[in-house]
Design a protein around this ligand. Sequence first.
Ligand SMILES: [Zn+2]
Length: 490
Amino acid sequence: MIRKILLSLLILFAATSAAHAEPDFNARKANLTEIGGIRVGYGKEMVRIVLDVGKVVEYTESYAEYPSRMILDFKDTWLNPTVQRELTLKSVVATKVRIAQFNPTTVRLVIETMGETKLFFLDGGPKGKRFVIDLGKNDGKGATIKQADIERQERELKERQERELKERQEREAKERQERELKERQERELKERQERELKERQERELKERQERELKERQERELKERQERELKERQERELKERQEREAKELKKQREREEKERREREKKERREREKKSKSKDDDKDKQPVTEVDKDLNEITALSGRRIVIDPGHGGNDSGAIGPTGVMEKTVTLRVSLALKDLLEAEGADVILTRYDDRTVSEKGAKASDIEELGARCDIANRAGADIFLSIHADSFTRPEARGTTGYYYSKSTTGHGQRLADCIRRNLVEQLGTPSRGTQPCNFYVVKNTDMPATLIELGFISNKDEEKLLNSEDGVKRAAQGILDGIEDYFG
Ligand SMILES: [Zn+2]
């Protein structure tokens, strides 16, 4: 079975290669003679078969049986593919004709026939020669096929060939058009798909890039915000810790100082006691001189820092006639200094003339200027601190004397100090009392000892301006403050 199939394949291959090996065949065809057509004509008791050939060719003639047939092999010939391969004959002398390319150089014609045959070449026909096979009884008159039949057959053949050629050309043209249309459509489809793909890819790339850019920007913004927040928190924490450490240090210093003051006071009381014992020994009554002596003792050795408000480029408030606060405060402070020193006190002024206290002068900020004043008192370890000012208000009728203290002070004596001084000032100056009030003034808040800020009166009020600018007013203000300090220590 396999062998049979192989054999069939081999045959098929041979046939196929013969038909399709075009270059090889074309080369060989040059040496072959074409058999270009076959026609059949009928006589009374005969059949004539005519082959169109290019020229006279050699052929062999043989016969076979069952069915009885004549076989003609034409040497060095090729069969035009348009030639009809099989014909059924309507005759008693012959029934069927088959023609085929038997091998690469031989065309075989097989005719199922019986009886006489006659073979010969004739000139003419479309290929130049004709090979004629007469089958059956020849009446001796030669060909029984009329010339007209031959011409008709030739015409019909030609028409058929032309029709077939035309049909083939039309078919091929149509196929080509269809193929071209299909190719164009496919090409266009492909181009469109490629274009769409490219556009989509570009769009996606762009979108992705934009998205990534946005995400990166948001991320960076977030990171920066977080970093800044963290830095600020760390900075604030550090500042708070530093501030707390500083305050703790201050607190310790204050406590140490209070302890020293307490000891000093105790010592003084002990001395006072032993002195009164001595007095008892003398059995003398208390005289006015003794009373003065006691008062002197109350201020003796007290270290008092006086801060004349403003100075230098800072005039402070200015009265309706041009009197400046800085001048009034300095005059009163200097007068007070004399009075206090006469009582044995140790007096320090933050300034002794018209100037700023900070070394930076006019360039100092408010805090630097006020801080410099506090530093003097804190470094001196003053027993009390007194900042002298004159008030000012937009309404000219505002007037009176005010004592200020820092309510959260750890010394706890600021209020009493302010109260003592304010009370005595009002008594001396005859001004209305505006009371003793808590405040947040820098110098009162940032000095370590009992401290007060005194507003002598309103420089913006013409009467009080006049009073504070007068020799008498300055003297009385200094005296009022002195009395207040004595009350405080007494
Ligand atoms: Zn002031």
